[in-house]
Design a protein around this ligand. Structure first.
Ligand SMILES: Cc1ncc(COP(=O)(O)O)c(C=O)c1O
Length: 366
């Protein structure tokens, strides 16, 4: 099974292995779930999807575009690239599209692996994609998070040596939900990119007030930003994301895609284009997520479950003081959570669903 599929099924498989979740309860919606969603179907709090998406504008655009799906549509992709460039105040040459930001991470992994050396990454972070870099010959060096579960930027900077080809910063970080302070991150980028490439994954940045680093790529050949439509835009199943980088860097990276920008379908591109215009949907998602996240953290803490303050649509928490069998409670209540990320402290993560889902989640734990 490919690593990608492993990632999609990650926690369910682990839990199945442990006998915690039966095989039939994979978090993937069944065909039936998609065609006729039922009120009482599984509560999916595993993969940090947006429970409210896609936006109404995106759904409309996507259903209309089905009719022209018999055609390649390079013009539509060009239009999408133009819109993304405008959003970030960069040029079209600074953008590369992919089938989800997973494809972008994969391309960056291959790009950084053109010369042998090492890759520096936090422990714990979103690291499924690094298998590509390791298979292509890079050695992975992991740098522990700080005690408050943040990237240790100075330790990561100190770890750079003449063999370092790439440093990955997930900001905000998955699974911990923590964010790097803007000033500290800017300083880190300035110093680190003098010596190596830096990949900043902004998958969840839209849930915060922090500005994107996109504007830096026009001047900095060693900085690559990964973005996705899977989270705030609610298009996880559509598989669309993009990279922002210097035009020369994009040109080198697109050699590693069989057809440049070509893995994005007409339907996904239409949905993404419409989503970029649906500011109301984004604002609503943020406000609903903030309310459900606040509720969840308050309730978890009442249950003596320590939470890390979150800047995302998920929460990282310690089950150390929780006396029941957490995964058994989820299973009994048809809730799909994820795994234990760190044995020490029994740290796990829950996606913020709708308020109703989070109330069901809390009730299941009480
Ligand atoms: C930090 C981070 N980056 C990238 C991805 C990949 O997302 P996608 O391929 O759906 O864009 C995820 C998915 O959860 C993620 O959490």
């Amino acid at each position: 099974m490919s690593n990608r599929r492993n990632w999609l099924k990650q926690t369910s498989l682990g839990l199945v292995g442990l006998g915690i979740i039966p095989l039939e309860s994979f978090a993937m919606p069944t065909k039936q779930d998609i065609l006729e969603p039922k009120e009482d179907s599984l509560i999916r709090l595993k993969s940090n999807e947006n429970p409210y998406g896609p936006s109404a504008l995106a759904k409309n655009a996507m259903s209309t575009s089905i009719k022209v799906s018999n055609r390649y549509n390079w013009e539509l992709l060009e239009e999408l690239i133009r819109e993304i460039a405008q959003k970030h105040a960069v040029t079209d040459q600074n953008i590369l599209l992919g089938a989800g930001s997973s494809e972008i991470l994969n391309v960056v992994a291959l790009y950084a692996s053109k010369k042998t050396g090492n890759l520096i990454i936090a422990d714990t972070t979103f690291d499924y994609w690094t298998i590509t870099a390791e298979n292509a010959g890079l050695k992975k060096i992991t740098i522990p998070l700080t005690a408050d579960k943040k990237h240790d930027l100075s330790a990561m900077l100190n770890a750079i040596d003449s063999d370092t080809r790439l440093i990955y910063i997930c900001n905000p970080n998955n699974p911990t939900g923590t964010i790097c302070a803007n000033e500290a991150l800017l300083h880190f980028i300035k110093e680190a990119t003098k010596r190596t490439k830096v990949l900043v994954d902004e998958a969840y940045l839209d849930y915060t007030d922090q500005p994107s680093l996109a504007n830096l790529v026009t001047e900095n050949k060693n900085l690559i930003i990964a973005k996705t439509f899977s989270k705030i835009y609610g298009l996880a199943g559509s598989r669309i994301g993009y990279a922002l980088a210097h035009s020369e860097t994009i040109e080198e990276m697109n050699q590693l895609q069989f057809a440049t920008n070509g893995s994005v379908s007409v339907v996904s591109a239409s949905g993404a284009l419409a989503s970029l215009k649906d500011h109301k949907f984004v604002a609503e998602t943020i406000s609903l997520n903030t309310a459900a996240r606040k509720y969840t953290i308050e309730q978890l803490e009442q249950l003596q479950i320590r939470c890390i303050p979150s800047h995302t649509n998920f929460v990282y928490f310690s089950l150390e003081n929780y006396n029941k069998d957490f995964f058994e409670q989820l299973k009994k209540n048809r809730i799909i959570g994820t795994k234990i990320y760190e044995e020490k402290g029994k740290w796990s993560r829950i996606t913020i669903g709708t308020m109703k889902e989070m109330q069901q989640f809390i009730k299941a734990l009480e």
